[in-house]
Ligand binder design. Structure first.
Ligand SMILES: *Cc1c(COP(=O)(O)O)cnc(C)c1O
Length: 408
């Protein structure tokens, strides 16, 4: 038997069945008329954001990194709940604008921005988080051609990283950001060329569950930002401190203590250096805001035995939930939290493998899981599907096409 990850606290049983915001999952899937389906909980997202606002100092804005989940109704909802959107492509710029967020609250990071993407962002008035000197020169030239003053920030490649983070994005040679020691010269240059100077972006990692590691990274970010600001010789209009707040996916993972992070940040903010005193501060979060608020629901189409092991074969799989299959940046495959929808919270009765419908051994949703008995036609829910599910899976693989999505 292999343990399943922890089921997020947002979900309850109604008459013994899994429900989302008080509605039975089986009913939601029936109304949608098809499976597989991603179901996102409005209440869970609202609760998550209000808890975070309470925990963080008032002064800290919350940005949403829309690559985690860019389902249009969810983005529209988020535009009323968060302070800004972080985007990483021209396509995401269009989605963010469609969701109704003003461009002044959109910032665009990511290496390899094409000229047409830079142009769209500059014309709209979004902030570019510059990833290199070359990109800065292209942005300035495009601004001149358009007769528009580009809003420019610089993404810093810091020497430190977020300890214990699932995805390292700082420290040493990287395709992201400008090496810290070259940032002051670049900043002075773009200011001299007439850009609207928007400050710094320092992102140190992702998916950390250790509050102390995040506290340390934030302290490092604030002192690096202050040092760079004094070398530039101006105060910083804005500092995007990065994020990295993780969620528990696997057995043994503990939820992040955001109250502890907020308390540490508050005391640090009470004693900020002069050149950060008036700086707008924000964190940028993806999975922490939406990951646990989504489930991926798939139907069992076959139940079979091979060499004594039970296989529940579903109509879903890695083409919608690549991360749960263990093929999205994990070394050792572990089980996401998963449940049989009709028997949520019931005693397990058997050990079963839950697999997808794709003709590849990579397509696994749970290995040797201890589950209540489930049969053909029953629904299975994979949790932690609100982030990097639909937006990060190869839905065209094997001609399958995307899953349905609904925001309850
Ligand atoms: C992906 C990304 C995020 C969001 O990461 P999460 O782990 O989902 O919070 C934030 N900022 C940048 C620059 C990113 O690339």
């Amino acid at each position: 038997m292999k343990p399943l990850g922890p089921i997020p606290s947002f979900y309850q049983a109604v008459d013994g069945e899994l429900s989302v915001d008080g509605q039975k999952v089986r009913k939601i899937a029936e109304q949608a008329g098809r499976t597989p389906i991603f179901i996102y909980s409005r209440v869970a997202i609202q609760q998550r954001i209000s808890r975070l606002r309470k925990a963080l100092p008032k002064r800290t804005d919350i940005n949403y990194a829309i690559k985690a989940n860019s389902y249009a109704p969810l983005l529209e909802m988020m535009s009323g709940l968060v302070d800004g959107f972080d985007i990483a492509s021209g396509g995401e710029l269009a989605m963010a604008q469609q969701a109704g967020l003003e461009a002044s609250r959109i910032s665009f990071a990511g290496p390899g921005k094409r000229d047409d993407e830079l142009e769209a962002a500059i014309a709209a008035g979004a902030t570019l988080n510059l990833e290199s000197e070359g990109e800065a020169a292209r942005a300035i030239a495009i601004g001149r051609r358009l007769g528009a003053q580009p809003r420019l920030a610089i993404r810093v490649n810091p020497e430190f990283e977020l300890k214990g983070s699932g995805m390292k994005m700082g420290g040493g040679a990287k395709p992201f950001g400008v090496d810290a020691e070259r940032v002051p010269a670049l900043a002075r240059d773009i200011i001299a060329q007439g850009a609207d100077w928007r400050g710094l972006h320092i992102f140190t990692g992702s998916q950390a569950l250790d509050a102390d590691a995040i506290i340390e990274a934030q302290a490092n970010v604030l002192s690096l930002a202050s040092e760079i600001a004094s070398r530039i010789g101006t105060s910083l209009p804005k500092l995007n401190m990065g994020g990295g707040f993780g969620i528990p996916y696997f057995h043994g993972d503990k939820p992040l203590d955001v109250e502890r992070i907020g308390a540490a940040l508050s005391s640090r903010m009470a004693a900020l250096p002069q050149n950060l005193a008036a700086t707008e501060l924000c964190v940028e979060l993806g999975r922490y805001l939406v990951g646990e608020a989504g489930i991926y629901v798939t139907r069992i189409v076959d139940r079979k035995i091979s060499h004594g092991e039970t296989y529940l074969v579903t109509d879903g799989g890695l083409h919608h939930q690549l991360a749960a299959s263990g093929n999205f940046g994990t070394v050792v495959r572990r089980n996401y939290p998963l449940a049989v929808v009709k028997a949520f919270g019931a005693e397990p009765a058997e050990i079963a493998n839950v697999v997808g419908c794709l003709c590849t051994p990579l397509d696994r949703l749970a290995d040797r899981a201890h589950l209540p008995r489930a049969d053909v036609g029953d629904l299975v829910a994979v949790f932690c599907a609100g982030a990097y599910g639909a937006s990060a899976s190869p839905s065209a693989f094997l001609g399958q096409g995307p899953a349905a999505e609904v925001l309850v």
